[in-house]
Design a protein around this ligand. Structure first.
Ligand code: PHE
Length: 372
């Protein structure tokens, strides 16, 4: 039998309590029957409607009909009952909300969940991490520096002469609106990770051994082997009595650790303003094993049939560079060092046999998931 609001004749405390309890108990019972959105609506209307809802009836029948001396206590009871009913309805609404997320009125916990793909490490990030790890095992620590750099760190302190072509807008991406500043303070996108050599030597006294991974930018139009943004890893070792033999031994070890113990290394003279002497390091082609030929006498493209692949630039730190950080313990008469810098993207291209550098930066999941 559905609950109806009784008229009260007895306004004693016990009678009021009993009537209020029956009312809230009826409300609780009806709330437990709510299943659908429509149930909820008629339940709410039945109890809360201003015009003739149960709470309005309670007000009219109990409070308005109360004798003067019982008005106060009746008022308190009625208010308690109203609050209790409002609470029950509120809970029923919340429960309905939770249930409405399930397609049916019950929740099937045996349904499979939503599987989120784990993804794969990006081939460039992975190559970078592997290179860094080789040097970390040799005791090198990792340093980083800003991508937006000043002319001073990117060029001047690295012994680039004022009119060196690298300072041209043909090669370097400059930040706009810097003309009013003196040249050394002008901002640009670093063209190599070498400025972090100076930044690190300003902060840390010798001896140091650091590797510096990071992004660099050059004003190159994108094509299969160029990207205006790419990645480098720089290395720097400074101590007393560091020689070119240390450079050769360190890099020979690193190349064997990276490409396999059978690779051979080969240094050719080169030039960089901040190293003297300078060299380019070649390793025997890890695609064709150094023969320059693929299966069936086909030409090996990655090494252009030479059997050698250029992997990095390097050299002994130029004494002119130490002059800029002399006050932090880098007196060129007392310390010496070597530096090297390599392009990570190019090595990743070779390592994974990818023929277009653009694929690394387009974020196409179909390409990236092949490395999972
Ligand atoms: N910074 C040079 C480049 O980007 C590479 C390099 C680094 C050469 C350190 C020598 C020493 O080409």
């Amino acid at each position: 039998m559905a609950y109806t609001v009784p008229k009260l004749t007895d306004y004693s405390t016990e009678a009021l309590e009993k009537a209020a309890d029956e009312c809230t108990a009826a409300c609780t019972a009806e709330a437990s029957e709510v299943r659908t959105e429509a149930d909820l609506k008629s339940f709410r209307d039945r109890w809360m409607a201003r015009k003739n809802g149960i709470l309005t009836q309670v007000n009219d029948l109990w409070l308005k009909g109360a004798p003067k001396e019982a008005k106060r206590e009746t008022g308190i009871r009625v208010n308690e009952a109203k609050a209790a009913v409002a609470d029950i309805i509120d809970k029923a609404e919340h429960l309905r909300l939770e249930l409405s997320t399930a397609a049916t009125d019950s929740l099937d916990i045996s349904l499979p969940g939503i599987r989120r793909p784990i993804g794969a490490e990006h081939p460039v990030a992975r190559t970078s991490r592997e290179i860094v790890a080789v040097f970390q095992k040799l005791g090198y620590s990792v340093a980083e520096g800003p991508v937006v750099e000043t002319d001073y760190y990117n060029f001047e302190a690295l012994n680039f002469p004022p009119n060196h072509p690298a300072r041209d807008t043909q090669d370097t991406l400059f930040i706009a609106g810097q003309e009013a500043k003196p040249q050394r303070e002008r901002l640009l996108l670093r063209t190599h990770t070498s400025p972090v050599q100076i930044r690190t030597m300003e902060k840390m006294r010798p001896p140091i051994r650091i590797v510096i991974p990071g992004t660099v930018h050059r004003n190159d139009p994108p094509d299969a082997s160029h990207s205006p943004m790419f990645h480098q890893i720089e290395g720097l070792a400074v101590d007393t009595n560091i020689t070119f033999g240390d450079l050769k031994g360190t890099l020979d070890h690193a190349m064997k650790a990276l490409f396999g113990s059978s690779v051979k290394t080969h240094f050719r003279p080169s030039f960089f303003p901040f190293t003297e002497p300078s060299a380019e390091l070649y390793v025997t082609c890890f695609i064709c094993g150094g023969s320059g030929k693929r299966e069936g006498d086909a030409p090996c493209r990655p090494c252009k049939q030479t059997g050698w692949i250029e992997v990095l630039g390097c050299g002994m730190v130029d004494p002119n560079v130490f002059e800029f950080v002399k006050d932090n313990g880098y007196d060129p008469k007392k310390v010496s060092g070597f530096a090297f810098g390599m392009g990570v993207d190019r090595l990743a291209l070779l390592k994974y046999g990818v023929d277009d550098i653009q694929l690394f930066f387009q974020g196409d999941v179909r390409f990236l998931e092949q490395f999972g």
